[in-house]
Design a protein around this ligand. Structure first.
Ligand code: GLA
Length: 391
């Protein structure tokens, strides 16, 4: 809370004091996906969890139609008229909250003027959903300020729409859903086609989730991401010769896929489809083994997931592979895999609590030797989704 106090002081310094309108504070976390990668836009299962750190937003009503944007993370700040919300490359991070305002306006909501200060604890471009976090906190905060309903699933959907249509990244629903709907000490089993979900207690006993940030800048990630998406759509087209009703790969069981895979003539497309169908199966197996408390089996599924993302989906790259390999060489590590879109970003590993220090030292050293990059590590707890902070 002292952090929030300091942010309030910064807010007043920036925008001035105004006793008639209170400053309210909202928070949305980042997320880590435990297993189920590149399955969301295929209508399959994912298993993400919210982090305990994310994006804090301080907001106060203004009497005119201006919205002030500032962040403690970037020098760029700006006031824009609520009537002129459009994507501009030079507006950089401000495009994310603008996308939300635009989406709210499309739904017929009149958004008033506000001053806003963000403070983000998620490293940008690390694959821990800093963009979903700022989108969801903005949507939740603005709807609350406007006295509108704040259904969190709706908020996740509208945030995803802003990312798809305003920002132009064809992401699935996982990130925004996890950031909106996270629950302390629980992961979320989400069926992305129907949005049916279940909070599953993540009981890891003596084991910790350790996130490793490769600090590899994810260039070209959006185009490669969109390319994977369209390869999955091609696979559906081929497979619909046998399954005419098929619209998403996630609708096929492993057996159904195996009996039809020969219909995909293109080897690359076949590999992509195989990853998706097997990865969805790994999510379901994960739930089963975690329910029996079999963390070692879950670790094996994490490793299987990483290998498939490396060999079949081809979204890992030397940095992520090096980090996972180094992680698995440390005694006390049950599993390790890339998390998020790939091509850089972060890994997540399941590490015995007595091995965490050794893990950070050894993985960091080997990773630096082999890639020349310095890694960062975060031992992570699972936190709550978006909320207003009551001070
Ligand atoms: C990114 C996207 C998600 C999901 C993952 C891969 O994080 O935003 O929708 O597709 O990649 O699992």
């Amino acid at each position: 809370m002292t952090e929030v106090k300091a942010l309030q002081e910064q807010f007043v310094e920036l925008y001035g004091g105004d006793s008639s309108n209170p400053i309210r504070t909202f928070h949305a976390p980042g997320r880590v996906n435990l297993i189920g990668e590149h399955t969301d836009y295929n209508g399959g299962y994912v298993f993400p969890a919210a982090l305990t750190f994310g994006t804090t937003m301080l907001i106060r009503k203004r009497e005119d139609d201006q919205v002030g944007f500032a962040s403690t993370n970037f020098p760029l700040r700006k006031h824009i008229s609520i009537q002129q919300v459009e994507l501009r490359a030079e507006d950089d991070w401000i495009n994310y909250p603008k996308g939300i305002i635009c989406e709210l306006q499309k739904r017929g909501l009149t958004v008033g003027g506000y001053d806003i200060l963000y403070s983000g604890a998620i490293p940008n471009g690390s694959g821990l959903s800093s963009s979903a976090s700022i989108e969801v906190v903005t949507a939740y905060g603005l709807l609350t300020m406007e006295g509108q309903p704040t259904d969190k699933v709706e908020i996740a959907l509208l945030s995803q729409k802003a990312e798809n249509e305003f920002i132009g990244v064809q992401c699935g629903i996982m990130d925004q859903f996890a950031v909106a709907m996270g629950k302390k000490e629980h992961a979320i089993l989400l069926m992305c086609d129907t949005l049916e979900y279940k909070h599953v207690p993540f009981v890891s006993g003596e084991y910790k989730l350790v996130i490793g940030n490769t600090n590899k800048k994810r260039g070209l990630v959006d185009s490669a991401y969109n390319e994977r998406r369209s390869q999955c759509e091609q696979a559906v087209k081929y497979l619909s010769a046998k399954y005419p009703e098929l619209t998403l790969l996630g609708q096929l069981s492993l057996e159904q896929y195996r009996s039809a895979q020969h219909l995909i003539p293109d080897e690359t497309v076949r590999k992509r489809a195989q990853h998706v169908v097997e990865e969805i199966d790994r999510v379901l197996q994960s739930i089963e083994v975690l329910e029996r408390g079999d963390l070692a089996a879950f670790g094996q599924l994490m490793i299987g997931s990483h290998n498939s993302l490396r060999d079949l989906y081809e979204v890992t790259g030397v940095e992520l592979d090096t980090m996972v390999e180094a992680a698995l060489a440390v005694p006390g590590v049950l599993g390790s895999r890339m998390t998020g879109a790939g091509f850089g970003g972060c890994t997540v590993s399941l590490v015995h609590q007595d091995s965490v220090e050794r893990f950070v030292g050894e993985v960091g050293r080997v990773y630096k030797e082999k890639t020349g990059l310095t890694a960062d590590f975060y031992v992570c707890d699972i936190g709550n989704g978006v909320q207003e902070l009551q001070l």
